[in-house]
Design a protein around this ligand. Structure first.
Ligand code: MG
Length: 395
């Protein structure tokens, strides 16, 4: 089980666990074991001390698209202060929650971390309104979805080697991200691995909780409104809020919301997983196991999401930002489709590689715009539309 390797700092050989031996010791049978990974499009030799999913995580971490998440809004824009989450800090919160859940359930944390870090990498500038604007621009050319764009980023746009496009991620990570594009299972399709399901759950738990925090801080919602929601009252009770001041402490409410949802998910999942015997990951997918929270928490969570939709995501202050961003993206889109020579060289090359078809132009323009951070998008608008300059800076 343990590998004896030479420690360069001493003359003695030191005993260390290999990544696969560590997984044999710590993971449950239903986890996705790195050693049984489905491999990569371009085969690579195994690394001596990093498992395949650790390497996936590192490739995502070092990609330009991942760094750009720091400049992309989650819900609130940069000119609304510096307290709230960006797409990057949201991603980090998802990864942290998902690893906590995964470790408890003895799943593969390395795979979970890679999946969490890549899950929002395809978001265009200005969140869902950016996505809606690009989707509308591409309505006759296949549409646009941030989940599909994530696949284009990791399979084509990021360049890690001169010999091949993309990050050459494992098929396990690609399949997990692909699942996000489909959302609903196609007839005959297996349920995703438990690691994918944990990241999906952590994403939803994270954004519901942190959107409450950010909206409170920005004064878009009040404690009084929140206390009317069943899940908030239950969370406070669950967290033992006997101190009369705590129910009106922003961060306490957020932690209470996280704890309640995660405790509930773990308890329900534990019940499901303890009945599996020694089924492996593939067998669990074949029986169609879906990790769930209890019906009570699921319905109370729905009530919270409806509240956030009405009172936060549709808030006039946000709607104005969204409207402006969508208008700018549409204007840039139509201008660049009419004058693709104003795109950076790299995207012009993509168009030539695809025989300069109309579809190739539309897709290249959408890829260029979708890769931008919010600030870069604003600057590009001034350069392209207001000043009539070409975009010299590459993606
Ligand atoms: Mg997310």
């Amino acid at each position: 089980m343990a590998l004896r390797i030479h420690d360069s700092k001493s003359s003695d050989a030191t005993t260390r666990f290999t990544w696969h031996a560590r997984e044999e010791l710590l993971l449950a049978s239903y986890a996705t074991f790195s050693i049984r990974s489905d491999g990569r499009k371009v085969e690579e030799a195994l690394h001596p001390y990093r498992g395949p999913f650790q390497r996936d995580r590192d490739r995502i971490l070092h990609s330009a698209a991942f760094r750009r998440l720091s400049g992309k809004m989650q819900v609130f824009t940069g000119d609304m202060g510096d307290y709230h989450r960006t797409r990057l800090t949201h991603t980090n919160e998802v990864a942290s929650l998902a690893r906590t859940i995964g470790r408890y359930l003895q799943l593969n944390e390395d795979l979970i971390e890679a999946l969490a870090m890549v899950h929002d990498i395809g978001h265009p500038p200005f969140g869902h309104c950016g996505e809606d604007a690009l989707n509308e621009c591409l309505k006759d050319h296949g549409g646009f979805s941030h989940n599909r764009f994530a696949m284009e980023i990791v399979e084509r746009l990021e360049q890690r080697h001169t010999s091949m496009p993309g990050l050459n991620l494992s098929f396990d990570v690609l399949a997990g991200q692909q699942h996000r594009s489909n959302k609903q299972l196609l007839p005959g399709e297996l349920t995703p691995t438990l690691e994918v399901q944990v990241v999906d759950a952590a994403d939803s738990i994270a954004y519901d909780a942190h959107d409450v925090d950010d909206a409170l801080k920005l004064g878009l919602i009040s404690f009084q409104q929140l206390h009317r929601l069943s899940i908030v009252r239950r969370s406070l009770e669950h967290a033992g809020a006997t101190n009369p001041h705590l129910p009106n402490e922003r961060q306490f409410i957020v932690h209470a919301l996280l704890d309640l949802q995660i405790d509930d998910l773990l308890e329900t999942s534990n019940g499901q997983l303890s009945q599996l015997g020694d089924l492996d990951s593939q067998a669990v997918r074949e029986i169609g196991l879906l990790l769930r929270m209890s019906a009570t928490i699921e319905s109370e969570k729905e009530e919270l999401e409806e509240f956030l939709f009405e009172n936060v995501y549709r808030h006039p202050q946000l709607m104005e930002v969204r409207h402006r961003a969508a208008t700018r993206l549409r204007q840039m889109f139509h201008l660049l489709v009419a004058y693709p020579q104003r795109l950076p060289k790299r995207f012009q090359t993509f168009i030539q590689q695809d025989h300069s078809s109309e579809l190739a132009v539309y897709r290249a323009v959408a890829q260029y715009l979708a890769g931008m951070t919010d600030r870069f998008c604003d600057d590009a608008y001034i350069n392209l539309v207001e000043l009539g300059r070409s975009q010299a800076e590459d993606w």
